[in-house]
Write a protein that binds this ligand. Sequence first.
Ligand code: NAD
Ligand code: UDP
Length: 326
Amino acid sequence: MHERRTKDGFGGGGAGFVGSHLCDALLADGHRVICVDNFQTGSARNVEALDNHPDFSLIEADICEVFAVDSKLDQVYNLACPASPPQYQANPIHTMMTSVVGTANLLKLAEQHGASFLQASTSEVYGDPEQHPQHEDYWGHVNCTGPRACYDEGKRASETLCFDMLRMGRVDARVVRIFNTYGPRMSPDDGRIVSNLIIQALRGDDLTIYGTGEQTRSFCYVSDLVAGLVALMNVAPNPGKPVNVGNPGEFTIGDLAGLVLEMTESRSRLVHLPLPIDDPQRRRPDISRAKEVLGWEPRVSLSEGLAMTIPWFAGQLRSNPAVKGR
Ligand code: NAD
Ligand code: UDP
């Protein structure tokens, strides 16, 4: 007989794209989950299948507000923060506060409960990187006054809070640096590249390519990411350093558009629009630390992941033909 490995977990941003998949994975593993979300970019629809699950509860709250949880917590995951550039730039002050004040609040919650803490940081801490691929020891190249800074600098500050709490012996804090992740439940109008291209291709709309399309990204399928988050939360001892989690396959945006056109059998055209300010030109994770410390590496290739993602967006379009990219 298997011993029940129940842990009581708290998930900030649990109704978002990644957070909802994490809730599924933790419940499937026998944990109890309290999901907290302000529905800024997430939606109760992402977790509606869990509505009647006896070990799941959903609280609508903003992590920038202080709140208490009565029942004992063992683990706190902080995924709360919009991740798409147009979304996080729509209310930049709140984005910064979410990463700084919100993370400080959840660290305090973890401290009160003696819970382990995992902060969802980002490859954006490397900015427009001068080192390639990006290893965790690289300190980054971020414009602290540009339009992306509310997110990049907010996440950098959240990492500082985590490592100070860890050094002070107050919280068993862990930090994952997530590289571009995609899959079902991305909001179709979220504005990120994978959701935009798939929706545009399925609708027969023009595919919007910002700049030349020669900039690169490395795309990780969501199940691979969730496996990395859970592995980092549970590994002993705490690595005490940030860990990159992403898929090292590197593609230009033009390559990705070509693949989406082929896989959707779409005849959409490409249109080139101006490159957003401070858009990073190259991005690829060095995942040697994740391999060594977590025994983790991605399993799903980009074409396999797109083959699981395209039908989900097609379903969204069938139920609401007005859905568009952003
Ligand atoms: P998402 O926008 O789908 O999810 C974020 C969730 O957080 C949403 O449900 C949103 O409503 C919630 N939220 C935002 N601010 C909040 C606040 N102040 N209080 C409570 N809830 C709040 O984005 P995602 O792709 O699921 O990203 C999840 C986390 O992973 C984010 O922290 C993001 O920065 C990080 N990340 C994601 C990626 C990626 O490619 N998906 C890459 C790097 C980092
Ligand atoms: N991008 C694009 N067309 C779009 C959306 C994004 O060409 O409709 C580009 C964007 O300029 C960036 C890359 O795709 O170079 C990835 O953008 P995304 O917003 O998904 O993530 P991030 O820039 O945060 O990595």
